[in-house]
Design a protein around this ligand. Structure first.
Ligand SMILES: [Zn+2]
Length: 187
């Protein structure tokens, strides 16, 4: 199953940068590669448009919407113009495609310390060239685990409070706030 699904049907634009609002929605305001949300990185200013097949090597796909991915600036710069040779692709060394597959379950395994370990050649290539084990991402994955644990603890407390009929409205309101935070931070 893919990590992201394109739902937008933008018109044809001359300048690929005009696709930005469509990309933000299609990628749920997250980086296609590290999956950090805009809310984590202080807004959309830190985000760029990545050409999955690099523009320098595939000029025919520069303005092709399915080749445009929403990416944080760091992932985009690390990925840059890198693209595997035909020989490498033949033995599975390639970038994972977040619109076609789930890189984090099919090609990588997340370790308790926040590092990702490649499970396949595709995972290895993606991890190396997007630098998915860079310190900021390790810190983010650790923080994400911590926040997810806290939200699960809140779920348990709310499940207990829900048994009190007088507290139902309050519980529903708190649950809605938690759901919004989960969505915002993509937890
Ligand atoms: Zn990123």
């Amino acid at each position: 199953m893919s990590r992201f699904e394109r739902r937008e049907t933008p018109p044809q634009f001359e300048d690929y940068r005009q696709y930005r609002p469509f990309l933000r929605r299609d990628f749920s305001y997250r980086c296609a590669y590290c999956e950090r949300a805009e809310a984590i990185l202080g807004g959309d200013e830190s985000f760029e448009i990545d050409h999955h097949r690099p523009a320098a090597k595939f000029p025919e796909f520069v303005g092709h919407y399915p080749n445009l991915y929403y990416s944080c600036g760091r992932c985009n710069r690390h990925k840059s113009n890198t693209w595997p040779s035909g020989g490498l692709i033949a033995v599975g060394f390639r970038f994972a495609d977040p619109c076609q597959e789930d890189m984090y379950s099919e090609h990588l395994q997340e370790m308790p310390d926040g590092q990702v370990r490649p499970l396949t050649n595709c995972g290895s290539y993606s991890c190396e060239h997007i630098r998915l084990n860079r310190p900021a991402l390790l810190r983010w994955r650790q923080e994400k685990r911590r926040m997810a644990e806290q939200l699960r603890a809140l779920d348990h407390i709310l499940a207990a409070a829900e048994r009190d009929p007088g507290a139902r409205d309050l519980v529903a309101a708190i649950k809605s706030l938690i759901a919004q935070e989960r969505e915002r931070l993509s937890l």
